[in-house]
Design a protein around this ligand. Sequence first.
Ligand code: SAM
Ligand code: SF4
Length: 337
Amino acid sequence: MTTTKTGTGSQLIDRFGRRIDYLRISVTDRCDLRCVYCMSEDMQFVPRAQLLTLEEVARIGRVFSELGVSKIRITGGEPLTRRNVMEVFRQLGKLDEIKDLTLTTNGSLLKKYAGDLHRAGVNRINISLDTLQEERFSSITRTGKLHRTMSGIDAALNAGFERIKLNAVILKNRNHDEVIDLVEFAHDRGMDISFIEEMPLGVIGDHDRAEAYISSDEILDILSQQHELLPTTDSTGGPARYYRRSDNGARVGFISPHSHNFCDTCNRVRLTAEGRLLLCLGQEHSVDLRRVVRASPTDDAPLREAIITAMDIKPKGHDFDLNSQPVIFRHMNSTGG
Ligand code: SAM
Ligand code: SF4
């Protein structure tokens, strides 16, 4: 167990010397889409009674901020489908220690919420968009409508966020031929874009993940036919590695769990919608924080202690292997991607 005090407050540090200053919170595992790389067609969701309440989510976020976490990302499932979720943003937006309050969303409800999110203190948004083609969008998301995400992107662009980034999961022979178009779409509108290698989380029953694998380097090769891309040391506090176009400086990121392992610099932990603190995306080590907050509704000391102690079981890294059956049965929607 390690905490150190510095001029900027205490810090959470794990056994490998990594400082944890980033919390991702999944506020729901439910979603209005069924993306083929994320979920199976028939999903069992956590019964609502087992979810953390929004007050509990905000309380856990506050205690993390007191332990030196300065960045919180709200994710899911689709976070904007959770009823009254704006209350969480408002509470977390008031915390002085949180310098970066961000959201990952599929964009389908942003038309309604973009302005409120910005007013609540959300400074950056990631919007997932894998294709610009209507039929492909319906096929990849199984149920979605491209125009809803597009109007969500427009609303976000008008709301005044510091930065908006598109995230695209690229699958070979499904959408890899669109990477140049996606870059143009993002950069024409002043947005960053990151390409993500698919991770083997949960059984999805759609495609063979090994067959669909396309590495970040292959994507970089395709993009290089159109643009000169120069590596940078930029960081947005997450796992993305960034390149910049030599013509206009616009940014392209790569999240490459297979080809460029990022575990050595991992600075984050995840809270699931039912209150499990996951110490690694690709391992099952976790601590039940819901039990702790409910056992001690007014005194934060046990919660603080449970979080500090949890750092001792943060694993060194994930063991993703596309060629074997998934060892992590948890889907990305319950993990909080
Ligand atoms: N529903 C929101 C969204 O789609 O942006 C937030 C949750 S979603 C689980 C977060 C991110 O994880 C999305 O960018 C999604 O594309 C990505 N994702 C989902 N399943 C994945 C997988 N198996 N491998 C890699 N990325 C995945
Ligand atoms: Fe829903 Fe996001 Fe998963 Fe797609 S990636 S099914 S939008 S949680």
